[in-house]
Design a protein around this ligand. Structure first.
Ligand code: SAM
Length: 229
């Protein structure tokens, strides 16, 4: 069964190269114990997020979809002690668990959790117009709204910022015309927008691992017009 092999190799890779320490493991365990669904990124994906933040020299990070703060810990570590992470979460209970996990991991002081529908929070941030641009944005909440979140992200970033969107492949549903579920449609809408948006240069990659078959979009905000890759 290929899915078993993906999980076995993920376990191996995480043990071989990824430093998932006690604080991260404790965050996963505490989230599960608090009844949160186990839909956080895998450890090697979390490490990838952390690396992306470092690659763009990121200090300011925006995350949409906190859950128990597992990915947030990775992002906060990537941003470093002077970094600032704003993470948006609909469910007060998730936010509460995340706050505890972030504090326990020693990064609580650099993370702000905003509770409420992300679309409203993003609209308010854009309207206020007084936040410094974010260096990296990670979209990982309700997939139906990704196009909307991407539009807001474009208003809250600067040339050179990176935008990462998780779960765009959905076990292949994205490329299956018969797949009518609104999350697959959300992915297609997002990909169309990414392609049409002159301010972005992007790619999309499939991933397999212990959380199954999915994929992400990685985009950079252009200096001027879209760069031809
Ligand atoms: N990024 C997390 C991680 O990897 O550790 C996982 C996030 S989980 C896949 C998605 C989260 O988005 C859930 O906690 C869910 O409550 C939240 N969410 C769903 N709809 C939302 C909305 N409209 N606004 C903000 N958060 C939302």
């Amino acid at each position: 069964n290929p899915a078993d092999q993906w999980a076995t190799v993920d376990d191996y890779l995480v043990r071989a190269v990824v430093d998932e320490d006690d604080a991260l493991r404790a965050a996963r365990t505490a989230s599960q114990a608090a009844g949160l669904p186990s839909i956080e990124v895998t450890a090697n994906q979390g490490a990838l997020l952390s690396l992306f933040v470092r690659m763009v020299g990121g200090r300011r990070v925006l995350e949409v979809g906190t859950l128990g703060g597992y990915s947030t810990i990775w992002l906060a570590r990537g941003a470093g002690p002077d970094g600032h992470v704003v993470t948006l979460e609909l469910e007060p209970h998730h936010a509460q668990v995340a706050r505890q996990n972030l504090d326990n991991a020693g990064v609580g002081d650099r993370v702000e959790i905003v509770v409420g529908p992300a679309a409203d929070t993003l609209d308010a941030l854009v309207a206020a117009g007084n936040t410094d641009p974010f260096d990296l944005v990670f979209l990982d909440a309700d997939k139906q709204n990704n196009a909307r979140y991407l539009r807001a992200a474009l208003s809250l970033t600067r040339p050179g910022s990176a935008i990462v969107v998780d779960n765009v492949v959905r076990a292949g549903a994205v490329a299956d015309p018969a797949a009518a579920d609104d999350r697959a449609q959300g992915s297609r809408e997002l990909l169309d927008l990414v392609r049409a948006e002159p301010r972005l240069t992007a790619t999309a990659l499939q991933t397999v691992g212990s959380k199954g078959w999915d994929g992400f979009v990685l985009a950079v905000v252009n200096q001027g017009r879209a760069l031809q890759l």
